[in-house]
Ligand binder design. Structure first.
Ligand SMILES: *[C@@H]1O[C@H](CO)[C@@H](O)[C@H](O)[C@H]1NC(C)=O
Ligand SMILES: *[C@@H]1O[C@H](CO)[C@@H](O)[C@H](O)[C@H]1NC(C)=O
Ligand SMILES: *[C@@H]1O[C@H](CO)[C@@H](O)[C@H](O)[C@H]1NC(C)=O
Ligand SMILES: *[C@@H]1O[C@H](CO)[C@@H](O)[C@H](O)[C@H]1NC(C)=O
Ligand SMILES: *[C@@H]1O[C@H](CO)[C@@H](O)[C@H](O)[C@H]1NC(C)=O
Ligand SMILES: *[C@@H]1O[C@H](CO)[C@@H](O)[C@H](O)[C@H]1NC(C)=O
Ligand SMILES: *[C@@H]1O[C@H](CO)[C@@H](O)[C@H](O)[C@H]1NC(C)=O
Ligand SMILES: *[C@@H]1O[C@H](CO)[C@@H](O)[C@H](O)[C@H]1NC(C)=O
Ligand SMILES: *[C@@H]1O[C@H](CO)[C@@H](O)[C@H](O)[C@H]1NC(C)=O
Ligand SMILES: *[C@@H]1O[C@H](CO)[C@@H](O)[C@H](O)[C@H]1NC(C)=O
Ligand SMILES: *[C@@H]1O[C@H](CO)[C@@H](O)[C@H](O)[C@H]1NC(C)=O
Ligand SMILES: *[C@@H]1O[C@H](CO)[C@@H](O)[C@H](O)[C@H]1NC(C)=O
Ligand SMILES: [Cu+2]
Length: 569
């Protein structure tokens, strides 16, 4: 009886999926996510997935800047679940950020949790995704923030907007794929396809049920919001015969950048303008991997969607030529040419002084296999990953944020180092298999910083096991990208070339393969903020840490109490 009325309540809420109450400037946008099993057909076979409100991708959330979002999440899936609002600042709402065991315990099957937060100070394209195990493979969707009433885009008003979500598809239960790899410490299976808005497209080996199509009117300009929601792949993305003008990344406006190709790591978004100025016809939009790690296997397929001119009769779409899978030069040209639009109302000047100076090595390594176990990593050990040779382990039984609030000891330490424990020739491949450098201790070690301090991080990729471009994501803050380059970081050469005027501002950055990047942010939000590689293969191996941002002594700088319905372990 109780269950029946609850189901009714869910259905009732779902009927009003996104109602919004218009008050003078800001609105409350309230919606429900019912997460449960869904049987879908992809690549000519049926697969049971966890999905939100019966769709893949899940629902697109649309808000205006300044709105409040209220999302009631009902977990009727068989898995523990949390939802993360990727790129949202979460000022004074750290309990809504979502990474499991960082800011909350998971919502267990049958339970629910309501995420409430404001979308203030950022406009553009973000997204939401599960942040528990690999469930985000199918539990994800777009989060679109438009300017508040009376404000405009700082570019030509597009005729229409559309969202292009790049994803990754397994003909398997992704949790089983993850768990079986973790059990032996080996690399997980590659996905079976890439997708655009949930569909592999015409080039994967199944007469596809559906390929996503976008119909355009000749002469019109469109805003495309492109999101990389894949688990383990960075992508090149092109549209045949159409240049793109980048106007925003990670919900921060950029100076316009004209390009025929864009590159996105998992977690990143890119807003582009395109004009339907070619001869009426149909054109593929296509994405395939940027595979930075030499010798590592990957699915070399191409996912497609179709841009079709209204009333066009042409049948075979034109396919763009994507860059080679290892075209690091194109990646670097694109990434290093992005700059911020400093006339944006949301632009904040770069802090010119640094309180916390960190140099962090990022890369792979090994962890001991364990007595009487058989492991599938190299040297019979487990594959691992680390930052400054600290391989991050999530707590169990309590979240880091709750442990911080309640002063629970024994959950984490705050000794994450500002320098690697050992200096070596980081990017020299002759060190790749040096067992004196490879073994990573498993720790739950955080970096504690004062409220409002400015933090600068040099990320330095290592060649341990192999060099690779890692898409580093910081929760709770945007950071400025001051510089990036290849080889070992050299402060004498790099500092003079820092862009302190209009650097790109983002929440996720691909650190150049076998290279480095320098970022800076102001820690003006108390809480615990995860920072990790957004490749889901590397995160459980330990490529992460978290910032513990202390209280600042005023009500606006104090960690609030958790909401009453915060899930407990
Ligand atoms: C959901 O799917 C999983 C995996 O296929 C299965 O084990 C579970 O029994 C299903 N649960 C329900 C309620 O159908
Ligand atoms: C959500 O779960 C709480 C228990 O945490 C329960 O009291 C509440 O009724 C649930 N809400 C709905 C709408 O099911
Ligand atoms: C969110 O916005 C609402 C409406 O403007 C405001 O009342 C509320 O205090 C804000 N919440 C936080 C945590 O800033
Ligand atoms: C996809 O195609 C398969 C095989 O042709 C079919 O069984 C299935 O119902 C189709 N699914 C959808 C969603 O169209
Ligand atoms: C794309 O831009 C390049 C560089 O400006 C230009 O040479 C090329 O003709 C453009 N292509 C199209 C299809 O507009
Ligand atoms: C993809 O890999 C397969 C198997 O290794 C190979 O036969 C094929 O030529 C590759 N395709 C591309 C586009 O590289
Ligand atoms: C497409 O055809 C419809 C119906 O004939 C017409 O109304 C519309 O203007 C046409 N659009 C273009 C771009 O020609
Ligand atoms: C990229 O791959 C091609 C073909 O596999 C290879 O010939 C070339 O050396 C590679 N380039 C780099 C920079 O690794
Ligand atoms: C930026 O783009 C221009 C034009 O494509 C190119 O010539 C230049 O090399 C790029 N800058 C970098 C650092 O790659
Ligand atoms: C490992 O195997 C040996 C021999 O079978 C046994 O004595 C020992 O207790 C096992 N150790 C663990 C940790 O299971
Ligand atoms: C944070 O630091 C900046 C720069 O020193 C200062 O302008 C601002 O007032 C500080 N904010 C708070 C809340 O202390
Ligand atoms: C689900 O979460 C609960 C509460 O934290 C935990 O006890 C349990 O082990 C988790 N289950 C799995 C399969 O991770
Ligand atoms: Cu990584």
């Amino acid at each position: 009886m109780l269950m029946a009325s609850r189901v009714f309540a869910v259905g009732f809420v779902l009927a009003f999926l996104a109602f919004s109450v218009s008050i003078t400037s800001a609105s409350i946008v309230e919606t429900s996510f019912l997460v449960k099993n869904l049987t879908v057909n992809r690549l000519c076979q049926e697969q049971v997935i966890a999905a939100v409100n019966g769709s893949l991708p899940g629902p697109t959330l649309r808000v205006n800047e300044g709105d409040t979002l209220v999302v009631h999440v009902f977990n009727r899936s068989p898995y523990n679940l949390t939802i993360h609002w990727h790129g949202v600042f979460q000022r004074l709402t750290p309990w809504a950020d979502g990474p499991e065991f960082v800011t909350q315990c998971p919502i267990m099957p049958g339970n629910n949790y309501t995420y409430r937060f404001n979308l203030t100070g950022q406009v553009g394209t973000l997204w939401w995704h599960a942040h528990s195990q690999w469930i985000r493979a199918t539990v994800y969707g777009a989060l679109i923030i438009r300017p508040r009433e009376g404000q405009k885009y700082p570019f030509v008003k597009p005729y229409r907007e559309d969202t292009i979500m790049l994803g990754e598809w397994w003909n398997a239960d992704v949790i089983e794929v993850e768990n079986s790899a973790l059990a032996t410490g080996s690399a997980p299976n590659n996905s079976d396809a890439y997708t655009i808005n949930g569909w592999p497209g015409d080039l994967f080996s199944c007469p596809s049920n559906k390929t996503y199509r976008l119909e355009v009117v000749p002469g019109r300009t469109y805003l495309l919001r492109i999101i990389n929601a894949a688990l383990n792949n960075q992508f090149f993305f092109k549209i045949a015969n159409h240049n793109m003008t980048v106007v925003g990344v990670d919900a921060a406006y950029t100076n316009p950048l004209l390009t025929d190709v864009i590159v996105l790591g998992p977690g990143q978004t890119t807003d582009v303008l395109i004009t339907a100025d070619q001869s009426p016809g149909s054109y593929y939009m296509a994405a395939h991997p940027y595979a930075s790690a030499a010798g590592v296997s990957f699915n070399n397929g191409t996912t497609t969607a179709i841009l079709v001119y209204e009333n066009s009769t042409s049948s075979t779409p034109i396919l763009p030529i994507l860059p080679p899978f290892n075209d690091t030069a194109t990646v670097f040209r694109f990434s290093s040419n992005l700059t911020s639009l400093v006339t944006s109302p949301f632009w904040q000047p770069v802090p010119q002084t640094v309180d916390e100076n960190m140099f962090i090595t990022i890369g792979l390594g090994l962890a001991a296999c364990g007595a009487n176990q058989t492991c599938g990593g190299i040297f019979g050990q487990r594959l691992s990953a680390s930052m400054n040779n600290h391989s991050f382990v999530l707590p169990t039984g309590i979240s880091l944020l709750e442990a911080a609030l309640r002063n629970v000891s024994g959950v984490y330490t705050t000794d994450f180092p500002d320098q690697p424990p050992l200096q070596f020739d980081y990017t020299n491949v002759s060190n790749s298999f040096d067992l004196n450098l490879l073994m990573t201790p498993k720790l739950t070690s955080l970096k504690s910083v004062k409220y409002n301090s400015t933090v600068q991080i040099v990320f330095q990729n290592t060649a341990l096991i192999g060099i690779e471009d890692h898409p580093m994501h910081l929760h709770g803050f945007n950071f400025y990208v001051l510089a990036q380059g290849f080889g070992n970081y050299n402060p004498q050469n790099a500092t003079a070339n820092f862009n302190l005027i209009n650097p790109q501002e983002r929440n996720t950055l691909g650190v150049p393969v076998g290279g480095w990047a320098v970022i800076r942010f102001r820690a003006n939000n108390p809480g615990v903020w995860f920072m990790h590689c957004h490749l889901d293969v590397h995160m459980p191996w330990g490529l992460g840490t978290a910032f513990l941002v202390e209280n600042g002594g005023t009500p606006e700088s104090t960690l609030p109490q958790p909401p009453a319905d915060l899930p407990q372990c």
